[in-house]
Design a protein around this ligand. Structure first.
Ligand code: HEC
Length: 393
């Protein structure tokens, strides 16, 4: 047993008593029974610590520093047992635990709940525990979820505007594309919901708006082609850094007011691949094929690619992810033609919880026939909290 560790456990102890006095000082409006319970709890944790001086493994450290609130079994102790009202998370619930990447949990343990706009009842351990102790504790916390079918949150990479992710999401996304020369705006409302550990269903409703041209005509507004889809993560391996999904989509001919679009149902199938690279860099690839079910339109194949890297401000702060996305589309049949689009873009987290994100990009087509577009989306990962939760002070 080294002295450093001895020291660090003592600091946990004194840290917890300072949490206690800190809470007592600010809790003048709380009922006194609440305070007594809280004080008892913190003292309980503090008393348990010296016995653990010889400990280096995560399970023991967890028992000393976390179990008083989170429970030895990781399910979270009852609000009546801990003496405060904030419900504790259940770490054995893979549907919740698997989607949180280690980096986010590290931030919460190091800096305390408020760093991700959680309650301050989740104390900060950054001064008391060294990084490798926190990591050891977190790997113990990870062991509470025993179903490895759930892909880990590390694979929930920044979302490119067009390339489908391999991770199944619980998200609502509003995307806007604005044609710089023709003054048309397309809006897409997308809703995605996970089904079990690896499945996801999605529905997308596009709307379009064109301003009348100076030469005449009227403003037009209408529904575009509604899409319904399903995606399934086939494979994921965190050490290797790869995730693979397959999916399909039906594009229904629901559009109104766009004359140059042929009316038929399109079936699209795809494979999506995500790869984690060192230093928070990543690539994402989607290969797809589109077939018109009534044979009106030429079939199409496409390859979409996005590469990027995430920078986090001051270690735990706002996440910036610049990406470069490339779309290659090839029509098959009589009008064989290949199109290329390049979309430089930046995704940024808007709030502390980091579950509301914005992406802003420019889409440059390689031909003169199409206009450059300004594209942006706002994404809300609704499983992580309400749209207005998690903004903090
Ligand atoms: C004094 C009680 C207390 C102690 C001790 C405590 N926690 Fe917490 N923790 C909480 C509460 C309460 C929450 C929920 C906060 C919320 O939902 O706003 C929480 C939330 C968390 C979360 C966030 C989960 C999420 O929703 O993403 C993690 C991770 C966590 N705790 C880990 C730990 C670890 C690891 C330790 C020990 C080093 C620890 N906690 C010690 C009370 C505590």
């Amino acid at each position: 047993m080294d002295l450093k560790h001895d020291f660090s456990l003592r600091t946990v102890e004194s840290h917890l008593s300072s949490v206690e006095s800190d809470l007592a000082a600010t809790a003048t409006h709380m009922p006194s029974s609440y305070l007594r319970l809280l004080a008892l709890l913190v003292i309980f944790v503090a008393l348990a610590l010296p016995a653990a001086i010889d400990d280096t493994d995560g399970a023991d450290l967890y028992e000393k520093a976390c179990a008083a609130c989170h429970g030895t079994d990781g399910r979270g102790r009852d609000t009546s047992a801990v003496g405060f009202e904030i419900p504790l998370p259940d770490f054995t619930d893979c549907a919740f635990a698997s989607r949180e990447p280690d980096a986010d949990w590290f931030a919460v343990v190091h800096e305390g709940g408020p760093i991700r706009a959680f309650d301050r009842m989740m104390p900060a351990f950054g001064d008391a525990l060294e990084a490798d102790h926190v990591e050891a504790i977190l790997s113990h916390v990870r062991s509470f979820c025993t179903n490895h079918a759930w892909p880990p949150g590390e694979f929930n990479l920044p979302r490119p505007v067009f390339t489908e992710k391999a991770f199944p999401e619980d998200e609502a996304v509003v995307t806007m594309a604005y044609d710089t020369t023709s003054d048309t705006t397309e809006l897409e409302l997308l809703y995605e919901k996970r089904i079990g550990p690896r499945g996801m269903v999605e529905v997308a409703v596009p709307l379009h708006y064109s301003k009348s041209l100076p030469s005449g005509g009227r403003d037009s507004f209408g529904l575009g082609n509604v899409k319904l889809g399903y995606k399934h993560t086939m494979y994921h391996h965190l050490d290797e850094g790869s995730i693979v999904a397959a999916g399909f989509e039906f594009v229904l001919p629901t559009d109104e007011g766009i004359e140059d679009i042929d009316d038929e149902t399109i079936f699209e199938s795809y494979v999506a691949y995500g790869r984690l690279l060192p230093s928070d860099a990543f690539i994402q690839v989607q290969a797809l094929a589109e077939v018109g079910l009534q044979g009106v339109r030429d079939d199409e194949v496409g390859l979409r690619f996005a590469a990027g890297k995430t920078w986090t401000r001051d270690t735990f702060g706002r996440a910036w992810s610049p990406m470069l996305e490339i779309l290659a589309t090839r029509q098959l049949g009589s009008n064989a033609d290949t199109r290329l689009d390049i979309i430089p873009q930046v995704q940024v987290s808007l709030n502390k919880r980091q579950h509301v994100l914005l992406n802003l990009g420019l889409r440059f087509p390689d031909d003169g026939a199409r206009d450059p577009q300004l594209v942006f989306y706002v994404l809300w990962d609704w499983f992580d909290g309400g749209l207005f939760d998690g903004w903090g002070r």
